[in-house]
Design a protein around this ligand. Structure first.
Ligand code: GLP
Length: 240
Protein backbone atom coordinates (compact mmCIF):
# COMPACT_ATOMS: atom_id res chain seq x y z
CA UNK A 1 0.00 0.00 0.00
CA UNK A 2 1.20 3.49 -0.83
CA UNK A 3 0.11 6.59 1.11
CA UNK A 4 0.69 10.01 -0.46
CA UNK A 5 -0.03 13.07 1.66
CA UNK A 6 -0.37 16.53 0.09
CA UNK A 7 -0.46 19.89 1.90
CA UNK A 8 -3.97 20.61 0.65
CA UNK A 9 -6.99 19.19 -1.14
CA UNK A 10 -5.99 20.87 -4.40
CA UNK A 11 -2.68 19.03 -4.59
CA UNK A 12 -4.31 15.71 -3.69
CA UNK A 13 -6.97 16.08 -6.40
CA UNK A 14 -4.41 17.17 -9.01
CA UNK A 15 -2.19 14.18 -8.24
CA UNK A 16 -5.20 11.84 -8.49
CA UNK A 17 -6.12 13.36 -11.85
CA UNK A 18 -2.58 12.83 -13.14
CA UNK A 19 -2.76 9.14 -12.18
CA UNK A 20 -5.95 8.87 -14.23
CA UNK A 21 -4.31 10.77 -17.10
CA UNK A 22 -1.34 8.40 -17.08
CA UNK A 23 -3.67 5.38 -17.28
CA UNK A 24 -5.54 6.99 -20.19
CA UNK A 25 -2.39 7.79 -22.13
CA UNK A 26 -0.53 4.54 -21.47
CA UNK A 27 -3.24 2.00 -22.32
CA UNK A 28 -4.84 1.41 -25.70
CA UNK A 29 -8.32 0.77 -24.25
CA UNK A 30 -8.31 1.78 -20.59
CA UNK A 31 -11.20 0.98 -18.28
CA UNK A 32 -11.70 3.47 -15.46
CA UNK A 33 -13.78 2.72 -12.40
CA UNK A 34 -15.29 6.07 -11.40
CA UNK A 35 -16.65 7.44 -8.15
CA UNK A 36 -18.98 10.28 -7.24
CA UNK A 37 -19.14 12.58 -4.20
CA UNK A 38 -17.82 16.06 -3.55
CA UNK A 39 -14.23 14.84 -3.25
CA UNK A 40 -14.23 13.78 -6.89
CA UNK A 41 -15.45 17.08 -8.34
CA UNK A 42 -11.98 18.74 -8.46
CA UNK A 43 -10.50 15.56 -9.96
CA UNK A 44 -12.99 15.73 -12.81
CA UNK A 45 -12.36 19.47 -13.18
CA UNK A 46 -8.67 18.72 -13.69
CA UNK A 47 -9.47 15.97 -16.20
CA UNK A 48 -11.67 18.38 -18.16
CA UNK A 49 -8.76 20.85 -18.17
CA UNK A 50 -6.41 18.12 -19.38
CA UNK A 51 -8.92 17.32 -22.15
CA UNK A 52 -8.93 20.98 -23.24
CA UNK A 53 -5.15 20.70 -23.50
CA UNK A 54 -5.36 17.55 -25.64
CA UNK A 55 -6.11 14.49 -23.46
CA UNK A 56 -8.43 12.21 -25.48
CA UNK A 57 -11.13 10.01 -23.94
CA UNK A 58 -12.41 8.41 -27.16
CA UNK A 59 -10.74 5.05 -26.36
CA UNK A 60 -11.78 5.05 -22.68
CA UNK A 61 -14.51 2.98 -20.99
CA UNK A 62 -15.89 4.14 -17.66
CA UNK A 63 -17.77 2.11 -15.06
CA UNK A 64 -19.28 3.92 -12.11
CA UNK A 65 -19.48 2.44 -8.64
CA UNK A 66 -23.05 3.15 -7.69
CA UNK A 67 -26.39 4.89 -8.15
CA UNK A 68 -29.36 5.73 -5.94
CA UNK A 69 -32.38 3.46 -6.25
CA UNK A 70 -35.49 5.19 -7.55
CA UNK A 71 -33.83 8.09 -9.35
CA UNK A 72 -34.19 8.31 -13.13
CA UNK A 73 -30.95 9.06 -15.00
CA UNK A 74 -32.49 12.45 -15.84
CA UNK A 75 -33.01 13.32 -12.17
CA UNK A 76 -30.56 16.06 -11.24
CA UNK A 77 -29.69 14.28 -8.00
CA UNK A 78 -28.78 11.02 -9.71
CA UNK A 79 -25.18 9.97 -10.16
CA UNK A 80 -25.93 9.80 -13.90
CA UNK A 81 -26.54 13.57 -13.75
CA UNK A 82 -23.47 14.09 -11.52
CA UNK A 83 -21.23 12.38 -14.06
CA UNK A 84 -22.72 14.31 -16.99
CA UNK A 85 -22.31 17.61 -15.16
CA UNK A 86 -18.78 17.07 -13.93
CA UNK A 87 -17.18 14.96 -16.68
CA UNK A 88 -19.17 13.30 -19.45
CA UNK A 89 -20.59 16.49 -21.02
CA UNK A 90 -17.11 17.99 -21.28
CA UNK A 91 -14.96 15.22 -22.78
CA UNK A 92 -15.02 13.05 -25.91
CA UNK A 93 -16.01 9.85 -24.11
CA UNK A 94 -18.20 7.64 -26.29
CA UNK A 95 -21.85 7.40 -25.18
CA UNK A 96 -21.88 3.62 -25.31
CA UNK A 97 -18.69 3.26 -23.26
CA UNK A 98 -19.98 4.76 -20.00
CA UNK A 99 -21.70 2.54 -17.51
CA UNK A 100 -23.61 3.48 -14.36
CA UNK A 101 -25.95 1.10 -12.49
CA UNK A 102 -29.65 1.51 -13.30
CA UNK A 103 -31.20 2.69 -10.06
CA UNK A 104 -34.53 3.24 -11.80
CA UNK A 105 -34.83 -0.31 -13.16
CA UNK A 106 -38.10 -2.16 -12.34
CA UNK A 107 -36.16 -5.36 -11.79
CA UNK A 108 -33.23 -4.38 -9.61
CA UNK A 109 -31.94 -7.94 -9.30
CA UNK A 110 -31.68 -8.18 -13.07
CA UNK A 111 -30.02 -4.75 -13.16
CA UNK A 112 -27.40 -5.96 -10.66
CA UNK A 113 -26.70 -9.13 -12.69
CA UNK A 114 -26.45 -7.08 -15.89
CA UNK A 115 -23.92 -4.79 -14.21
CA UNK A 116 -21.81 -7.76 -13.10
CA UNK A 117 -21.71 -8.92 -16.72
CA UNK A 118 -20.49 -5.47 -17.76
CA UNK A 119 -17.80 -5.66 -15.08
CA UNK A 120 -16.73 -9.10 -16.25
CA UNK A 121 -16.46 -7.91 -19.84
CA UNK A 122 -14.46 -4.82 -18.87
CA UNK A 123 -11.83 -5.50 -16.20
CA UNK A 124 -11.06 -2.22 -14.47
CA UNK A 125 -7.54 -0.86 -14.90
CA UNK A 126 -7.83 2.00 -12.41
CA UNK A 127 -10.53 2.24 -9.76
CA UNK A 128 -11.08 5.67 -8.22
CA UNK A 129 -12.60 5.66 -4.75
CA UNK A 130 -13.74 8.19 -2.21
CA UNK A 131 -14.51 7.14 1.35
CA UNK A 132 -17.54 7.75 3.54
CA UNK A 133 -17.01 9.15 7.04
CA UNK A 134 -18.19 5.72 8.22
CA UNK A 135 -15.55 3.95 6.11
CA UNK A 136 -17.83 2.94 3.24
CA UNK A 137 -16.53 2.57 -0.30
CA UNK A 138 -18.96 2.83 -3.18
CA UNK A 139 -22.12 2.31 -1.15
CA UNK A 140 -20.76 -0.75 0.66
CA UNK A 141 -21.86 0.25 4.13
CA UNK A 142 -20.35 -1.03 7.39
CA UNK A 143 -22.03 -4.35 8.23
CA UNK A 144 -21.43 -7.84 9.61
CA UNK A 145 -21.28 -9.19 6.06
CA UNK A 146 -20.19 -7.57 2.82
CA UNK A 147 -21.38 -8.62 -0.61
CA UNK A 148 -18.92 -9.52 -3.37
CA UNK A 149 -21.03 -8.51 -6.36
CA UNK A 150 -23.34 -5.71 -7.44
CA UNK A 151 -26.28 -5.48 -5.06
CA UNK A 152 -28.95 -3.25 -3.58
CA UNK A 153 -28.02 -1.76 -0.22
CA UNK A 154 -29.98 0.05 2.49
CA UNK A 155 -28.11 3.28 3.20
CA UNK A 156 -27.19 3.99 6.81
CA UNK A 157 -28.60 7.05 8.58
CA UNK A 158 -25.05 8.37 8.67
CA UNK A 159 -24.69 8.23 4.90
CA UNK A 160 -28.13 9.72 4.31
CA UNK A 161 -27.24 12.60 6.62
CA UNK A 162 -23.85 13.12 4.93
CA UNK A 163 -25.28 13.07 1.42
CA UNK A 164 -28.26 15.31 2.29
CA UNK A 165 -26.12 18.31 1.27
CA UNK A 166 -26.62 17.32 -2.36
CA UNK A 167 -30.44 17.27 -1.98
CA UNK A 168 -33.05 19.91 -1.06
CA UNK A 169 -33.83 18.11 2.20
CA UNK A 170 -32.70 15.01 4.08
CA UNK A 171 -36.10 13.40 3.44
CA UNK A 172 -35.35 13.55 -0.29
CA UNK A 173 -32.23 11.37 -0.07
CA UNK A 174 -33.07 7.89 -1.37
CA UNK A 175 -32.73 5.22 1.29
CA UNK A 176 -31.37 2.55 -1.05
CA UNK A 177 -28.67 2.34 -3.69
CA UNK A 178 -27.17 -0.11 -6.16
CA UNK A 179 -23.45 -0.55 -5.63
CA UNK A 180 -20.61 -2.59 -7.00
CA UNK A 181 -19.54 -5.18 -4.45
CA UNK A 182 -16.22 -5.58 -2.68
CA UNK A 183 -14.94 -8.35 -4.93
CA UNK A 184 -15.56 -6.25 -8.04
CA UNK A 185 -13.72 -3.32 -6.47
CA UNK A 186 -10.80 -5.49 -5.37
CA UNK A 187 -10.53 -6.99 -8.86
CA UNK A 188 -9.38 -3.64 -10.25
CA UNK A 189 -5.71 -3.75 -11.28
CA UNK A 190 -4.98 -0.53 -9.42
CA UNK A 191 -7.01 1.35 -6.80
CA UNK A 192 -6.65 5.01 -5.89
CA UNK A 193 -8.60 6.25 -2.88
CA UNK A 194 -8.79 10.02 -2.47
CA UNK A 195 -9.79 11.50 0.89
CA UNK A 196 -9.62 15.13 1.97
CA UNK A 197 -10.70 17.01 5.08
CA UNK A 198 -10.68 16.31 8.81
CA UNK A 199 -14.09 14.59 8.68
CA UNK A 200 -12.42 11.67 6.88
CA UNK A 201 -9.44 11.36 9.25
CA UNK A 202 -10.87 8.61 11.45
CA UNK A 203 -12.12 6.51 8.54
CA UNK A 204 -8.73 6.91 6.83
CA UNK A 205 -6.85 5.83 9.96
CA UNK A 206 -9.07 2.79 10.45
CA UNK A 207 -8.81 1.87 6.77
CA UNK A 208 -5.01 2.13 6.64
CA UNK A 209 -3.81 1.12 10.10
CA UNK A 210 -6.74 -0.76 11.64
CA UNK A 211 -7.63 -4.43 11.45
CA UNK A 212 -9.43 -5.60 8.34
CA UNK A 213 -13.10 -5.47 9.34
CA UNK A 214 -16.38 -5.51 7.47
CA UNK A 215 -17.48 -2.67 9.77
CA UNK A 216 -14.84 -0.55 8.00
CA UNK A 217 -15.30 -1.63 4.36
CA UNK A 218 -12.32 0.48 3.21
CA UNK A 219 -10.03 -1.63 5.45
CA UNK A 220 -10.46 -4.48 2.95
CA UNK A 221 -8.31 -2.43 0.58
CA UNK A 222 -5.34 -3.60 2.66
CA UNK A 223 -5.77 -6.91 0.83
CA UNK A 224 -5.12 -5.30 -2.56
CA UNK A 225 -1.60 -5.41 -4.01
CA UNK A 226 -1.70 -2.01 -5.70
CA UNK A 227 -3.64 0.55 -3.71
CA UNK A 228 -2.70 4.20 -3.24
CA UNK A 229 -4.30 6.42 -0.61
CA UNK A 230 -4.08 10.05 -1.72
CA UNK A 231 -4.72 12.37 1.21
CA UNK A 232 -4.49 15.99 2.26
CA UNK A 233 -2.93 16.85 5.65
CA UNK A 234 -6.34 17.07 7.31
CA UNK A 235 -7.42 13.58 6.24
CA UNK A 236 -4.00 12.21 7.21
CA UNK A 237 -3.88 13.85 10.67
CA UNK A 238 -4.62 10.66 12.64
CA UNK A 239 -1.92 8.63 10.88
CA UNK A 240 0.91 10.14 12.90
N1 GLP B 1 -21.32 6.62 -2.88
C1 GLP B 1 -20.49 7.76 -2.67
C2 GLP B 1 -19.11 7.28 -2.31
O1 GLP B 1 -18.54 6.62 -3.43
C3 GLP B 1 -18.24 8.45 -1.88
O2 GLP B 1 -16.95 7.99 -1.57
C4 GLP B 1 -18.86 9.13 -0.71
C5 GLP B 1 -18.02 10.27 -0.16
O3 GLP B 1 -18.49 11.46 -0.66
P1 GLP B 1 -17.82 12.87 -0.46
O4 GLP B 1 -16.66 12.89 -1.39
O5 GLP B 1 -18.89 13.83 -0.89
O6 GLP B 1 -17.44 12.99 0.94
O7 GLP B 1 -20.10 9.63 -1.15
C6 GLP B 1 -21.05 8.68 -1.61
O8 GLP B 1 -21.56 8.01 -0.53
Amino acid sequence: MEVRVFPDAYGAALYTATLVETTITQLSSPVLGLATGGTMIPVYQHLVQFHRRGLRFEHVTTINLDEYVGLEPTDRHSYHAFMREHLFDHVDLSLDCRYIPSGAACDLTAACRAYDEILQAHPIDLQLLGIGVNGHIGFNEPADHLKPHTHVVELTEDTIRQNARFFDAEERVPTRAITMGLQSILFAKRIVLLAVGASKAQAVREAITGDIRTTVPASLLQLHPQVTFVLDEAAAQQLR
